[in-house]
Write a protein that binds this ligand. Structure first.
Ligand code: MN3
Length: 224
């Protein structure tokens, strides 16, 4: 009886450990759904190889660091200095990509909710000026990184960029804030279709931004 009980407990711990692993959510649309703005092959490689790779590496790195009990990415970002670079890069990679898939949509040419539009106009004058500046900031990223629109603690919307797989939730971010929009500016996000033409990619991606989702994130962030 005792042995059975021990087996049950051991098995339960095993299950808990398994469930503590990070997983990849299904992509909310088909790989080819964002064509012609983002091509099917790029999406497929990006989701099945790059993003899946970050998750595997994150789980492996947490395990080797004896930090497998961590199940919350926010907890990693808030205490980022307590984690090694592999965990930092891959936790960021997992969060950033999950976020990115969800702010894209096959329903093209959406528009932001009035409240978000007003917030963008408050900081940047107009939507057109915001888009120009956003593109400029995206072009300034040297090497690999991300382009963001965040809600800062004083509830303003601000453009920021991060290097590698860092994000504005990390405790040591230059501009901290709640992300509401993110563009992957790594070459792997656009190279197959756009090669070195990052400008073309950053201009094309506006067509597939899920403004409904971005607006929802904005409204959540200002009421937090
Ligand atoms: Mn990527």
């Amino acid at each position: 009886m005792k042995r059975i009980l021990v087996s049950i407990i051991t098995f339960s711990i095993f299950i808990i450990k398994l469930s503590a692993q990070f997983h990849q959510e299904p992509l909310p649309y088909e790989f080819g759904a964002l064509e012609p703005f983002i091509d099917k092959e790029t999406m497929e490689i990006h989701y099945t190889k790059h993003h899946a790779g970050y998750i595997k590496n994150l789980n492996d790195a947490l395990k080797s660091a004896n930090q497998s009990e961590i199940t919350d990415l926010d907890a990693i970002f808030e205490h980022i200095s307590q984690f090694n670079t592999t965990i930092r890069n891959n936790a960021g990679g997992h969060y950033n990509h999950t976020f990115f898939w969800n702010i894209l949509t096959p329903k093209i040419d959406g528009t932001p909710a009035p409240q978000l539009l007003q917030a963008i106009e408050k900081t940047y004058g107009s939507m057109a000026d915001f888009k120009i500046l956003f593109l400029k900031e995206g072009m300034k990223i040297f090497g690999s990184g991300w382009l963001w629109l965040v809600v800062t603690p004083d509830k303003n919307v601000v453009i920021t960029t991060t290097r590698n797989q860092d994000n504005p939730l990390m405790a040591d971010a230059t501009i901290k804030g709640v992300p509401i929009l993110a563009i992957d500016s790594w070459e792997h996000a656009y190279y197959l279709k756009y090669q070195n033409r990052r400008t073309d990619y950053l201009e094309a991606i506006w067509h597939v931004i899920n403004w409904e989702k971005v607006s929802e994130l904005y409204l959540d962030a200002i009421t937090q």
